[in-house]
Design a protein around this ligand. Sequence first.
Ligand code: HEM
Length: 113
Amino acid sequence: MDFVELLLRYLHLLGFAAVVGGWFTAWLSKRYKINTAMLYGIAAQLATGIVLYGLAGEDANHAKLGVKFLLALLLAVMIAVPWWKKRKTVAPGHFWAIGGMALVTAGVAVFWS
Ligand code: HEM
């Protein structure tokens, strides 16, 4: 694996940390609010993930990456829309769905080989 691919994978992990870390911070402070870490994190996941997918070439697991892409796209909408509307908080179901889907996406990345 060349350096660019390793760098992208590293940035992909930082994006993952931002989405999940941002979500945990909101949860632990008992405020169901979208924060900047979650917004930038999901943008980083989509950007780095799509390039990583491209670099994987013929070896890519298209079913796995397709599922990840759809989950990440849904997450991006669920994070970006309340952010743009400057919502102070989101409904509890919406908030828990974001955390659950982010963790499921990471699970798909790790367990679906
Ligand atoms: C919330 C969104 C996402 C999360 C939490 C996430 C999480 C992860 C994690 C934990 C890894 C493992 C890294 C490693 O083992 O070194 C990974 C790898 C990877 N991700 Fe994502 N990811 C997300 C979105 C995406 C998207 C949208 C794509 C593109 C379709 C993508 C494509 C990849 C690729 C190509 C790899 C490396 C190869 C592999 O493990 O299959 N990811 N991701």
